[in-house]
Design a protein around this ligand. Structure first.
Ligand code: CP
Length: 339
């Protein structure tokens, strides 16, 4: 765990430049609605690039994006790589398992070496909560840090691709009841989603889980808590299923997976409690028959693969905004030093 005392500035302060524009993207907490809306609008404009014959724009030509995944990933890593390439950036994928981290090199030393190679953005996934904030506040003043998931803390680009998916399917957030079902306790995705939904003005955010999988004081994030699936799903417009994150569980928090599925599984039967036009989402990876039935995951109300497609557009938006924010700040500092 990163020592919180070593972090100057809140994530919101670190993320925004003096002009209020994005320079790092670490956490949804503290970011204003206007900025989240700008990310969604920019991402929407990039959806067209994905459908074009030549899926490239020159916005980050000459820039270098380094993907540093200290934890496993399929969707986030692949879509960040595609996003950077579609913005015409050079992309460096550091294979942590075969890098000098395996010989004992510290995170900071690894990053300083990459900085010396003139990288413009680091996309970081790490098992320690606070890793991305620590890097942004301690390591470098000129590289954009994008959090690709840190411990149980935050997964802000996942939350934003989920918001884009919800907005494209359902429109106005102020009319929506959103139910997040599953392992809330260990989920960085749930925390970021709750913050984003509240900032964007969702009518109601619910979390649905057994008591053992709910964080203490989760209501303080801005959500209603339900321990019965029938009540949590009642009339919901958007249903988000989360997997059991066994890699972060310290002990037995559930009698068994089959027991969890019986009480909290998203099945054709349980989905009947939600609004008849409810959409079904899941950040992935999916565990079929544990938190979701295959017929629901692959069914007509599932937008799970749309989420993946929207991930490229959102990551293009965040990379382009943060790297141009850094470039603007560098130019401002250069001009000030000449006065
Ligand atoms: N949703 C998500 O973060 O998936 P990956 O772990 O595959 O990146």
């Amino acid at each position: 765990m990163i020592d919180p005392a070593s972090r100057p500035g809140t994530p919101a302060q670190v993320q925004l430049g003096d002009d209020g524009r994005l320079r790092h993207f670490i956490d949804i907490e503290g970011l204003p609605k206007a900025l989240l809306t700008e990310i969604l609008d920019t991402a929407d404009s990039f959806r067209g690039v994905q459908e074009a014959q030549v899926k490239k724009v020159p916005l980050l030509r000459g820039k270098t994006v380094a993907n540093l995944f200290f934890e496993n990933s399929t969707r986030t890593r692949a879509t960040f790589e595609l996003a950077a390439k579609r913005l015409s950036a050079d992309v460096l994928n550091l294979d942590i398992k075969t890098s000098s981290t395996a010989k004992g090199e510290t995170l900071l030393d690894t990053l300083q070496n990459l900085e010396a190679m003139q990288a413009d953005a680091f996309v970081v996934r790490h098992s320690d909560s606070g890793a991305a904030h620590f890097i942004a506040s301690q390591v470098t003043p000129r590289v954009a840090i994008i959090n690709a998931g840190d411990g149980r803390h935050a997964h802000p680009t996942q939350a934003m691709l989920d918001m884009l998916t919800i907005r494209r399917h359902k429109g106005d957030f102020s009319k929506l009841r959103v139910a997040i079902v599953g392992d809330i306790l260990h989920s960085r995705v749930a925390r970021s989603q709750i913050l984003a939904l509240n900032t964007l003005g969702a009518a109601e955010v619910r979390v649905v889980a057994p008591r053992t999988l709910l964080p203490v004081d989760v209501e303080a994030l801005g959500c209603r808590v339900f321990t019965r699936l029938s009540e949590g799903l009642a009339g919901a417009d958007v249903v988000i299923a989360l997997r059991l994150q066994k890699e972060r569980m310290d002990g037995a928090l559930l009698p068994s997976e089959s027991e969890f599925y019986r009480h909290y599984g998203l099945t054709r039967d349980s989905l009947a409690w939600a609004h008849p036009e409810a959409i079904v989402m899941h950040p992935g990876p999916i565990n079929r028959g544990v938190e979701i039935e295959s017929a629901v995951a692959d069914g007509p109300r599932s937008v799970i693969l749309d989420q993946v497609t929207n991930g490229i557009a959102v990551r293009m938006a965040v990379l382009s905004m943060a790297v141009s924010g850094q470039t603007r700040e560098r130019e401002q500092r250069r001009q000030e030093s000449q006065v």
